[in-house]
Design a binder for this molecule. Structure first.
Ligand SMILES: [Zn+2]
Length: 331
């Protein structure tokens, strides 16, 4: 199970090589430095998933703690975080905030080896399309990938991974993988590049898509998330923090990825399957779904969704984290 999951991630990393580089080039230096200037360590806690959780687990192991390498922040990861925090005079709350990240992430340079280097390589692959083998050895290829990332982020491109490089890399968004996760890509507002979210949001959404497959009601259409570096996105007041995702409701013929878009009022609307979708979204991210905006009065009465103007034809999932600069994204 674990091996399957992460070999899928490796294929995703390989597929990212060109597009991520192209997007970075198109974004232009001014926009990039503005966005990277907002970088901060992403707070993570029990219930999170994804690339940053896997990096956390590898960093814990590099510090002598025993932790799984499955990218899922469960009880054993929480216990490992608390042990690490206690041994470093940090508040042992099991929440990985800026101070814990900073204490976990070592300065790395060419010649280094071990799980911390694997954490770095996994981040470079998922966030920057580096396409590195995750071998835990900091060689020429890893150094070149670090330098490319540092250049894009407006940092000194010295190939040495210190606190600023870790922070920017952990903060950087990741792109959704549609194939293999029972998801399809929709671009209702023409925002074709808006498929990026925080590593946690993306992995949680992908896990929900895979779980929904067993409902036998087709794939889930994913509209916009956010841009690679966050920031303003046309047609959306939110979607700037990498924690918002628009999904389309399920049709009774399961053809929501190909047939006409519906609302909860449409004859073709499948309430039972849409309810199941919301349940899978919540199950894949326990404690990390702030709300799901969708105007079906029945689902609202069941406490599954919340009404918001403009949300008859899509479910707007808002993920949250234990700490965030904006209260709207704090769990
Ligand atoms: Zn929305």
């Amino acid at each position: 199970m674990t091996a399957t999951r992460w070999s899928r991630t490796s294929r995703r990393a390989a597929a990212l090589v060109v597009p991520a580089a192209v997007l970075m080039a198109l974004a232009g230096p001014a926009q990039e430095s503005l966005a990277y200037g907002r970088a901060q360590y992403p707070a993570q806690s029990a219930g999170n998933r994804g690339t940053d959780v896997l990096a956390l687990q590898r960093l814990l192991v590099s510090k002598g703690q025993s932790a799984p390498a499955d990218g899922v922040f469960g009880a054993s990861t929480t216990a490992a975080v608390k042990r690490f925090q206690a041994s470093h005079k940090l508040a042992a709350d099991g929440i990985v905030g800026a101070a814990t990240w900073a204490a976990l992430a070592p300065t790395l340079k060419e010649g280094a080896s071990g799980p911390a280097v694997s954490a770095l390589q996994g981040e470079l692959n998922a966030k920057a399309g580096a396409g590195l083998g995750v071998d835990g050895k900091f060689g020429d290829g890893t150094k070149a990938a670090v330098r490319r990332f540092q250049t894009a982020a407006g940092l000194t491109a010295d190939g040495v991974v210190g606190p600023a490089t870790w922070k920017n890399l952990l903060w950087h968004y990741e792109r959704v993988t549609f194939s293999g996760n029972n998801l399809c890509d929709q671009n209702p507002d023409g925002n074709k590049t808006a498929n990026w979210g925080t590593a946690a949001a993306v992995a949680q959404l992908e896990a929900a898509g895979r779980a929904f497959a067993s409902a036998g009601r087709g794939r889930i259409p994913v509209g916009d998330l956010g841009l690679e570096l966050g920031g303003n996105i046309p047609g959306h007041a939110s979607h700037e923090q990498g924690l918002d995702a628009d999904l389309w409701p399920v049709r009774d013929d399961g053809a929501q990825c190909t047939a006409a878009r519906i609302t909860w009022k449409s004859a073709a609307y499948d309430r039972a399957a849409t309810r199941r979708l919301v349940q899978e979204i919540r199950r894949a991210a326990p404690g990390h779904v702030k709300t799901v905006f969708f105007n079906d009065p029945q689902l609202i009465s069941e406490g599954l969704t919340t009404s918001w103007a403009g949300h008859d034809n899509h479910l707007h999932v808002r993920y949250c984290e234990p700490a965030h600069p904006s209260a709207a994204y704090r769990c």
